[in-house]
Design a protein around this ligand. Structure first.
Ligand code: SAH
Length: 353
């Protein structure tokens, strides 16, 4: 069975023509699907005959809200969605002055192995389809009852490790006949999959690219991010340079501050020297504690001193505001909790037998 939300607009048109239908049906069906109908019967301007035909060959994919948390501190909403195959994914909706931003997942688990990240514990289950990525936006927007204006691909998974589906999703969610979210309002975050960055540069899309750098040199980056063994910092920076030249877009770097690992003032100076030529913005994220790892953040003073050093060296940098800290809103934490609790249930069930 196919999920029509995996099709781009043009593909849907061709598909319908293949079924003997008129081209304009694509606009109607695309609109309904992207509005979040849960069955073909809700498509009231489509004939019963066509609805039956569609049911025979395809299905309307949906997401079930398994758990939902609303932060008492800042209203951040975190969803744990359950997919039809039983897997869970997370999405977070944050409220900023310019509207709602959703942080979505691109894979179930992740194979990149970053040492500080909860999403990677347990490895990669599978990549999400284009429709499954889109459904997070559709169902969160429906649930919030309010338009989502910005998307960040910073949830579970490495978007450039699921390149085709992520690009399909980006083209669909920005399509004028669908959610019509501007490409400039979409941010893709990568741990540094270099070939993917070159490929993305060639797409010439005005999305925002952000690179999870987290270290100012190969020595430190090797200890934190296995991807660095494959693509060294120099290669990564060349790819970034090419991206900026090809697209005319600035990019930004994410840098998780981990106490005693990458947060000294020398580290700040080294970081400044590598990002300055790219005129890139640096987003500092005091590392979130996860229970499997012993990384911790420095004091407020230390974090501010790091920022001050970067700024003094001419780097445009900010500290990421922490949202939803009372609801485990950082990527991978909820899914991990769910898996842990299910494993515990299974184990106790075993002991009863
Ligand atoms: N795979 C992509 C996107 C997902 S992670 C990437 O690596 O960019 C989104 C961001 O959160 C990344 O910068 C990631 O390195 C960071 N991150 C993951 N775990 C973290 C933690 N415990 N503390 C702070 N930042 C973390």
């Amino acid at each position: 069975m196919i999920d029509l939300k995996d099709f781009e607009y043009k593909e849907l048109e061709d598909h319908l023509i293949g079924l003997g239908e008129k081209k304009f049906r694509a606009a109607q069906i695309y609109k309904w699907l992207h509005m979040g109908v849960e069955s073909y019967d809700e498509m009231t301007d489509i004939s019963k005959q066509l609805r039956e035909k569609l049911k025979e060959e395809s299905y309307v994919s949906t997401l079930a809200v398994e758990e939902k948390y609303v932060s008492a501190i800042d209203g951040t909403v975190k969803y744990l969605f359950r997919l039809p195959d039983g897997n869970c994914i997370e999405s977070v909706v944050m409220r900023y002055h310019h509207g709602l931003t959703i942080c979505i997942s691109s894979q179930i688990g992740c194979r990149m192995g970053c040492r500080f990240c909860a999403s990677t514990i347990g490895g990669l289950q599978r990549s999400l389809t284009a429709g499954e990525i889109l459904n997070q936006v559709i169902f969160a927007e429906k649930d919030m009852g309010e338009r989502i204006s910005n998307i960040v691909l910073m949830g579970i998974g490495e978007p450039l490790d699921n390149y085709e589906n992520v690009l399909k999703f980006i083209r669909n969610v920005s399509h004028e006949k669908g959610k019509n979210i501007g490409l400039r309002h979409i941010t893709l975050s990568t741990c540094g999959v270099v070939p993917g960055i070159y490929r993305l540069a060639r797409e010439q899309l005005p999305i925002t690219l952000t690179i999870s750098l987290h270290a100012p040199n190969n020595e430190i980056r090797d200890t934190l991010m296995p991807v660095n063994h494959k693509y060294r910092i120099e290669e990564l920076l060349s790819a970034c340079d090419e991206y900026v030249k090809a697209t005319g877009r600035r990019l930004s770097f994410e840098y998780s501050l981990i106490h005693g690992v990458n947060d000294s003032l020398e580290n700040a100076a080294e970081l400044a020297s590598i990002v300055r030529p790219l005129h890139a913005h640096v987003n500092l994220i005091p590392v979130n504690k996860i229970k499997e790892r012993d990384f911790r953040k420095g004091s407020k003073n230390e974090i501010n001193a790091f920022l001050a050093r970067l700024t003094a060296l001419g780097v445009n940098a900010t500290i990421r505001r922490e949202l939803g800290s009372d609801i485990s809103a950082s990527c991978g934490q909820l899914r991990k909790k769910k898996i842990d609790s299910q494993t515990r249930e299974d184990q106790s069930a075993d002991t009863h037998v």
